[in-house]
Structures are given as C-alpha cells and as structure tokens.
Design a protein around this ligand. Structure first.
Ligand SMILES: CC(C)(COP(=O)(O)OP(=O)(O)OC[C@H]1O[C@@H](n2cnc3c(N)ncnc32)[C@H](O)[C@@H]1OP(=O)(O)O)[C@@H](O)C(=O)NCCC(=O)NCCS
Length: 189
C-alpha cells in the first residue's frame, strides 16, 4: 500500500499507487465531479494509468513526499477520492496548493473538510509550510465552502485562459483562498 501521509477520524490519506487506476478513472469520468474542473469531459483510462499516475509518483520524489493523495474511507477500506497537497512547479516549496475531488456518493459527509483540516495541521506543524492556498471557479460554491470551513480566507478573483478553453461559468473567473502559518497559529488551532 502507498505510504500513509495523514490519518483522520474517518479517512486515511495515502500516496497514490498504480492499482488506483480504475478508481481514479471512475472519479475523473463522472461529469458532475468534473463539472468545474473541465466542464464534465470524459476521462481516458489509458492516459490515467500511463501518464497521470506516473506523474503523481514522480511528484513525490520531486516535492519531498508532497503531491496527490488517495483518500481511503476507513469504514469499508474504500477509495473515495483524491486530495492535492503540493507546491506549484515554479513556486516556493513552503507554499502548497490544497485541492480535493471526491466520489459523488460521499459528498456532503464533511470528508473534504476533514481531510483538509488534517493536511493543514500537518503542513503547519510538521512540514514547516508558510502558506496553504486553494483556487476554484467562482461558481464552485461547494468547494469554496470547504475552503472557508478549513479556515482559508478569500484573497482575490482572477481571470486566466484555460488550456481546455472556456467552460460553463468560467466567465465569472476563479477565486483564490489562503491561510498563512501565522494566521493558523493565531486561530489557536
Ligand atoms: C468539493 C467537494 C470535494 C466537497 O466535498 P464534501 O466532502 O462534500 O465537502 P464537505 O461535506 O466537507 O462540505 C461541503 C459544504 O458545502 C456545502 N454545499 C453543498 N452544496 C453547496 C452549494 N451548491 N453551494 C454552497 N454550499 C454548498 C455543504 O452544505 C457543506 O457546508 P456545511 O457543512 O456548512 O453545510 C466535492 O463536492 C467534490 O468532489 N466536487 C467535485 C470536484 C471539485 O469541484 N473539487 C474542487 C475543485 S477546486
């Protein structure tokens, strides 16, 4: 099994492994899950197994163990989604982007918030991070709600060209949220 990164009451977040290809395909092939990510386009299983997962594995080397994490529901030992917790390619290593994508069957149970809170705690206490940030489409209110519940605050709205071209709602732009280590410490978390 891939190395465990962090554990919460109901979830284990561990490194992605090649055997996750089917589970990631079913996640990325759900148009509702992908609605605010690529407009709901379908996924390509061969690309997931041959390119996406290898890129995740290479990322662990490159970013000192940070990267994409498989979320496993402890009850039933079931793959329920993927979290992102990694620096950008050209950004500082102590600034990490947080993201989450869960199977529709588990939405609304607080898993995204629970996983995010655990990642943030680990990031600021064990990993020496200075800033954790997240972005999503302005119209993705559900995702923003998770950011807020995880303690991140709104920073800005911005507009940039998407490689895939415009999708429904992209005319409203994207939002960025953030939480610095000092803010997190001041929250007495
Ligand atoms: C975003 C996502 C990860 C949230 O996962 P989740 O485990 O259901 O999130 P949580 O249960 O922790 O919290 C969801 C919150 O959003 C709220 N919410 C749900 N639908 C909403 C909506 N349409 N508008 C505003 N808030 C909404 C919920 O009520 C809940 O807040 P509350 O606890 O204050 O009631 C999940 O919906 C998902 O995978 N979406 C598709 C992928 C995606 O868009 N990811 C983000 C890309 S940046």
């Amino acid at each position: 099994m891939g190395r465990v990164f962090v554990e919460t009451e109901r979830l284990v977040l561990r490194e992605v492994e090649p055997d996750d290809a089917d589970a990631i395909f079913s996640l990325n092939n759900d148009a509702e899950v992908m609605r605010f990510l690529n407009g709901g386009a379908s996924a390509d299983r061969a690309q997931i197994a041959g390119e996406l997962i290898p890129s995740y594995l290479a990322g662990y080397q490159r970013f000192g163990g940070l990267g994409r994490l498989a979320a496993i529901e402890k009850a039933g030992d079931r793959f329920v989604g993927v979290f992102k917790f990694q620096p950008t390619d050209d950004g500082p290593l102590d600034e990490v982007e947080l993201g989450y994508r869960l199977h529709r069957s588990v939405w609304g149970r607080g898993y995204a918030t629970e996983g995010s809170l655990a990642l943030i705690r680990k990031g600021f206490t064990e990993l020496g991070l200075g800033r954790i940030w997240a972005k999503t489409m302005t119209v993705n209110r559900r995702s923003q709600r998770v950011m807020q519940k995880a303690g991140l605050r709104y920073v800005r709205t911005f507009f940039e060209e998407w490689p895939e071209g415009p999708i429904e709602g992209s005319e409203h732009g994207d939002v960025e949220y953030e939480l610095t280590r000092d803010e997190w410490l001041a929250m007495g978390s």
